[in-house]
Design a protein around this ligand. Sequence first.
Ligand code: FAD
Length: 366
Amino acid sequence: LAPGDRDVDVLVVGGGQAGLAAGFHLRRAGLDPVILDAADRPGGAWPRTWDSLRLFSPAAYSSLPGMRMPPFPGPGFPTAGHVSSYLAAYEQRYDLDVVRPVRVTSVRAEEARPDSRLVVESEAGATWRARGVVSATGTWERPFWPAYSGMAGFRGRHLHAADYRRPEGFEGARVVVVGGGNTAAQLLAEVSTVAHTTWVAPRPPRFMPDDVDGRVLFGVATRRRRALDAGDTGDAGVGGLGDIVMVPPVREARDRGVLDARPMFSHVVPDGVAWRDGSHEPADVILWCTGFRPALAHLAPLHLGRAHGVVPTVPVGPVAGTRAAADPRVHLLGYGDWTGPASATLIGVGRTARDAARDLADLPFM
Ligand code: FAD
């Protein structure tokens, strides 16, 4: 090994909640993982979200394996800051070997043999060699921008939800909020307290009943997981309840009458947005609440898309549980339900992390 290079059992890429849950279960399975995290502080995406973000559920419904999230000391559900502190305490308590800031640029096989080491390269210059890799890089670093004609010529400001922090600075501005999900509803609710807002969504937003919060969604997700475990692959998820959770600021925005969405505009014009029927809305800011995509570029050299016959097909190629179907040395955690039911939630990722750790520990060359 060159100086600065290290040989490890399992390398976990990403040190947010999914990476930490992986670290916990890999240890339990008798392995000695190293976690590389691009961020300069603990907490994954949570320290980077907007200041007012809160969980959809109480702390008791938001714990990682082994250590309960402490109750939130204030009113309401835990803030993003509370989650960040919990994740920092979690990695300390289990003395997880998290190295930061280290951004992984590529994962490739050292040789063509299926039991060869995986070589993990980083922007930090150091290289790791591992028998297995867990990718847990989340979605926050890949905000999704849809393409609308005229976007480049807009004289105002394009802002993605990933870069929005707080309403200060938007006083009196004309803000077009784009998107039909929880992020759009929450940011609209907040910005509309100081700005003139217009909400546009690709289809009419579907609001959940006022009394549905993360506890109800957790119950639905649990029933869905049990059904899946029992072999029922029917698709009845939480979607039937609606998309938007009526958290207190969103209810309050509804009461102020600002929660009405217009259909999606057809194009962007230099001073705003316009519809095919000729109508037009001037704007200083277009706030794109249009979601995120999995951050998977580092896995490209493995060509995981080449395995056939395994469902579902996802951006990185087919997966079987958390395992890349094309390469049993590679597991994926978090990202979305395609890595397991609720894998992209605090409470759900533990179960999928346990499965991934068991699978990796069972590899004959581990
Ligand atoms: P992240 O938290 O994004 O962590 C990934 C880590 O990997 C980051 O530290 C990043 O810097 C690092 N990384 C990325 N690329 C690389 C690389 N190439 N090399 C090394 N490191 C890398 N879930 C709930 O359970 N309850 C909720 O109420 C809830 N609310 C949410 C609200 C919003 C607005 C969003 C977007 C999500 C919410 N979620 C919620 C879902 C989920 O819990 C979060 O998205 C969570 O941050 C996902 O954790 P993660 O570990 O998969 O990814």
